[in-house]
Design a protein around this ligand. Structure first.
Ligand SMILES: Cc1cc2nc3c(=O)[nH]c(=O)nc-3n(C[C@H](O)[C@H](O)[C@H](O)COP(=O)(O)O)c2cc1C
Length: 200
């Protein structure tokens, strides 16, 4: 698949087949993440791949509960986080759904030891994007799940249960599986609308 075609046809998949993703395919997706750029080429990116319905459902329940609890604090959070105020904040709260992880067969937590690099957060997100494009080219579906950031709030025994090492800060979460439906592309802004050209 040509690069621009992959970029334009990738979609966030919100319905998955139950069948697991073959280990070799998952490994190729993870490898694609490792070919993303990283500050000073320090390569701080690490993965935790969570599979199995029971574990994923447990994690989902904890993330949903954490997200709902956090959203109850909106009036306070809104004081220093403008995106939590008004209609935007309400929309975010409404976006929390019980099946937050869409019954995907695998969730890749992308993170790092924050002491490993000053740019670790950017590095992990760039890796996540590479993974989503590579997965799409392999015929797999993905969805970035922002709420996985709340995995950082899990207690020690939960972290152990979900295989998250003590020095691993979660930054991104990417669901991976075989897509069970295909959505049309949500519209994008035009280049002209978002670009300031200077000096040309
Ligand atoms: C930072 C970030 C957080 C996101 N979090 C979620 C999420 O928690 N749940 C979800 O269903 N989609 C999530 N998405 C996916 C977006 O909703 C999706 O990318 C957007 O609607 C555009 O659709 P497309 O990816 O199919 O082009 C997230 C995307 C980003 C970049």
């Amino acid at each position: 698949m040509e690069a621009f075609e992959a970029i334009k046809t990738r979609r966030s998949v919100k319905k998955y087949e139950a069948r697991p993703v073959e280990r070799e395919k998952l490994e190729r997706v993870l490898e694609a993440g490792l070919w993303a750029p990283s500050g000073q080429n320090l390569q701080p990116v690490r993965y935790v791949v969570i599979e199995g319905r029971e574990l994923l459902d447990d994690l989902q329940a904890k993330l949903v509960a954490g997200a709902r609890k956090l959203m109850k604090l909106r009036p306070v959070l809104g004081l220093f986080a403008p995106q939590m105020r008004g209609e935007k904040g309400k929309r975010l709260a409404r976006s929390i759904r019980d099946n937050m992880l869409y019954e995907a067969p695998a969730l890749v937590l992308v993170g790092a030891d924050p002491s490993a690099s000053a740019t670790w957060e950017k590095d992990t997100t760039l890796a996540a994007q590479n993974m989503m494009l590579a997965a799409h080219a392999e015929g797999l579906g993905t969805c970035y799940i922002g709420w996985t950031l709340l995995a950082n709030r899990l207690g020690r025994s939960d972290r152990e249960r979900f295989g998250i090492p003590p020095d691993f800060a979660v930054h991104d979460g990417v669901l991976v599986g075989y897509p069970a439906d295909r959505r049309g592309a949500p519209p994008r802004r035009a280049v002209d609308e978002v670009t300031t050209w200077v000096g040309a």
